[in-house]
Design a binder for this molecule. Structure first.
Ligand code: 2PG
Ligand code: MG
Length: 460
């Protein structure tokens, strides 16, 4: 049994140069195993608390020395001697030790680092890979029967995910003027992860070429590596992406569909959605829904995240009634990977998909419970990175282990993103037929979503 013997933590830095927590756990007879916690910029109000020192004299208050001290002190004392293989028991202990509903006392960063490092330490002691360890943990929650039809195939077996990849960035992630945070592509017609990734790289390069050709500062990239231009409108970005897909010989919709992360919470205030890119235009929830519906009519949009804000349940209900049968509607700030918020959404009939970010909730076990709840209710889980990332590849192993079907990591520039994409290439090679690529087939039940036509069109 992998017994936790040593727990250590240190302050390291993420892709924005911001301090974050790295935890190192050693089981009896094993080697030190570590995990690094990511960090968001467009965070939801209901996320678990990321503990920061707040000491303005050091690193503008962003230090995580207190969280590190919590791991090395109170948390280490509590988990030493525990079975690292018992993820549920360990994570429950961590939640009880913290004692608050939002992990505000010890910090979700301290707790998640410990939760994940324990999983890696257990894998090391057992002599198995991270993906196998995560798969064994998921086996305790893995649906035993077929999930509802619209998410058919998800979660049952390990599998390579469909990547959802950022091409153009705006919002809080880039210095341009776009209100919407991510213009993404989903290579739904690809038949393997490698092919999907090659298509993505080709389209990404082409978007850069198109932006440069018309004189935009297209080659400046945002926090997640997507291009961060100043454009005439939020809509203009969609045209660049569609043209780039066509220019590399792929079919918009059939081969490569479009996703948006509107991340609307950050431009919602006093009951209105305020769009800076179009001169301070103010829209109601119904008007944002109209706008998104008109875009879905004109562009091959398959997925929309946070189309409305984290508190706008009534607006979300309307959005879901209007678009929920033809588009994946992902709740990120709305659900914050939190089982009870997702349950509320399911009961209210809001959204049909949930973004899965480990640090929004703060332990591995709770994250997996939210995924299971989603799958049982026909909601697509989309495993996601944060805008502040590191070389840690947990989410790549996790998405394959659970067969969750989709992964959102950011763009194909910036090595903290490539760390995950490259890990998926390794897993594709190592697992072969044991990890099928479900690709766009997971969306087969969406109507009018531009998925018809030839799939697997070769690149020129
Ligand atoms: C999001 C994420 C990742 P952040 O909104 O989905 O793109 O951003 O980590 O800043 O919350
Ligand atoms: Mg988001």
């Amino acid at each position: 049994m992998p017994i936790i013997e040593r727990v250590h933590a240190r302050e390291v830095f993420d892709s924005r140069g911001k301090p974050t927590v790295e935890v190192e756990i050693t089981c009896r007879g094993g080697k030190p195993s570590r995990a690094i916690v990511p960090s968001g910029a467009s965070t939801g109000r209901f996320e678990a608390v990321e503990l920061r020192d707040g000491d303005a004299k050091r690193l503008r208050g962003t230090g995580v020395r207190q969280a590190v001290a919590n791991v090395c002190g109170e948390i280490a004392d509590a988990v030493r001697g525990m079975d690292a293989n018992d993820q549920e028991g360990l994570d429950t202990r961590l939640c009880e030790l913290d004692g608050t509903p939002n992990k505000g006392r010890l910090g979700a960063n301290a707790i998640l680092g410990t939760s994940l490092a324990a999983a890696y330490a257990a894998a090391d002691e057992k002599g198995i890979s991270a993906v196998r360890q995560f798969s064994q943990i998921w086996d305790r929650l893995r649906p035993s029967k077929s999930p509802p039809a619209n998410t058919a195939g998800i979660g049952l077996e390990p599998g390579l995910p469909l990547p959802m990849v950022n091409m153009i960035s705006g919002g809080l992630h880039a210095g341009g003027n776009l209100d919407f945070q991510d213009y993404l592509i989903l290579p739904v017609g690809a038949t393997s992860y490698r092919q999907a990734f090659e298509w993505i790289v080709s389209v990404y390069w082409q978007v850069g070429t198109e932006l440069s050709a018309v004189g935009f500062e297209g080659l400046l990239v945002g926090d997640e590596g997507g291009f961060g231009p100043k454009l005439a409108s939020n809509e203009q970005a969609l045209g660049f992406v569609v043209r780039a897909i066509e220019a590399v010989g792929l079919v918009p919709g059939a081969d490569v569909a479009i996703g948006l992360d509107v991340a609307s919470t950050h431009f919602f205030s006093d009951g209105a959605y305020r769009l800076a890119a179009t001169g301070g235009q103010q829209l109601s929830s119904a008007e944002v829904t109209d706008l998104l519906e008109s875009w879905c009519d004109r562009f091959p949009i398959l997925s929309i995240e946070d189309g409305l804000a984290e508190d706008d349940w009534d607006g979300w209900k309307l959005l879901t009634e209007r678009l929920g049968r033809r588009v994946q509607l992902i709740g990120d700030d709305l659900f914050v990977t939190n089982e009870s918020r997702l349950r509320e959404g399911i009961e209210r009939g809001v959204g049909n998909s949930v973004l899965i970010k480990l640090n929004q909730i703060g332990t591995l076990w709770e994250t997996l419970q939210t995924m299971r709840l989603a799958i049982d209710n026909g909601y697509w889980p989309v495993v996601s990175a944060r805008s502040g990332e590191t070389e840690d590849t947990t989410i790549a192993d996790l998405v394959v282990a659970t067969g969750a079907g989709q992964l959102k990591v950011g763009s194909v520039a910036r090595s903290e993103r490539l760390a995950k994409y490259n890990q998926l290439l390794r897993l594709e090679e190592q697992l072969g037929p044991d990890a099928e690529f479900l690709g766009g087939s997971i969306f087969a039940t969406l109507q009018d979503c531009n998925l018809s036509g030839d799939s697997a069109k070769p690149l020129e």
